[in-house]
Design a protein around this ligand. Structure first.
Ligand code: DX5
Ligand code: ZN
Length: 221
């Protein structure tokens, strides 16, 4: 029996011309968090959203803003994302030489701290910082774009991280991001994920479909 999961729609797959309405719709449809993908054209080969957009979106949803920074360096921008309304800020372990410092800075700014691992980075990379994180994010695609296929080898990483987290006795969320649909989401949850990020699968079919999309991702439809 897979564990209960929270669903975090990634607004990267929303209609960018109507972002406020899209946030309201996905919130009303039963989402648990709003996942915001920040890309810099340097750490990943795409450009997306900055703190000004996060600030403008904040009044449109009461859900926690889960801000995924795919930028290097990250530290100079962490205070701006925090003051713009981020509740969780996640940095990549690969994005800089001072991961522990970045995580401490996020908590100093009053946010929950997340660390993300690219598909080629081993689970063990987070072992030395487990006391400094509230969330671990496993990338199940190479970050940069929505609509890619789930990389199966990340299931084993989720399983390892679930055991590391349980053994630590700490309250740390385990999130998975990339290529998540009802089927891959179920397998990721069985491997230990408790937050599923979904772009394409959450926003498919327009507003009337969001509630059903989210139910399906939860394994309830
Ligand atoms: C990928 C982003 C993801 C992505 C998810 O770089 O971090 O959040 O938008 O999109 P799907 O669910 O379509 O793979
Ligand atoms: Zn993401």
């Amino acid at each position: 029996m897979p564990r209960a999961v929270r669903i975090a729609p990634s607004i990267l797959s929303a209609d960018f011309a109507r972002l406020g309405a899209e946030l309201r719709a996905v919130t009303d449809a039963g989402a648990d968090l709003i996942h915001i993908d920040v890309m810099d054209g340097h750490f990943v080969p795409n450009l997306t959203i900055g703190p000004g957009v996060v600030k403008a979106l904040k009044p449109h949803s009461g859900l926690p803003f889960d801000v995924h920074l795919m930028i290097a360096p990250a530290d100079p921008f962490i205070p701006q994302f925090a003051s713009s309304g981020a509740d969780i800020i996640t940095v990549h372990a690969e994005a800089g030489p001072h991961l522990h410092r970045s995580l401490a800075l996020i908590r100093d700014q009053g946010c929950e701290a997340g660390v993300s691992l690219n598909p080629s980075t081993p689970a063990e990379a987070v072992a030395p910082v487990l006391d400094a994180v509230d969330l671990v994010l496993v990338m199940s695609v190479n970050p940069g774009f929505a609509g890619q296929s789930f990389i199966d080898s990340q299931l084993d990483k989720l399983d390892r991280l679930r055991r590391m987290i349980d053994d630590s006795g700490r309250d740390i969320a385990l999130e998975v991001d990339g290529g998540i649909n009802a089927e891959t989401g179920r397998r990721a949850a069985e491997a230990g994920a408790d937050i599923l990020v979904a772009g394409t699968a959450a926003f498919a079919g327009g507003e009337e479909s969001y509630a059903e999309n989210i139910l399906r991702l939860r394994g309830n439809a």
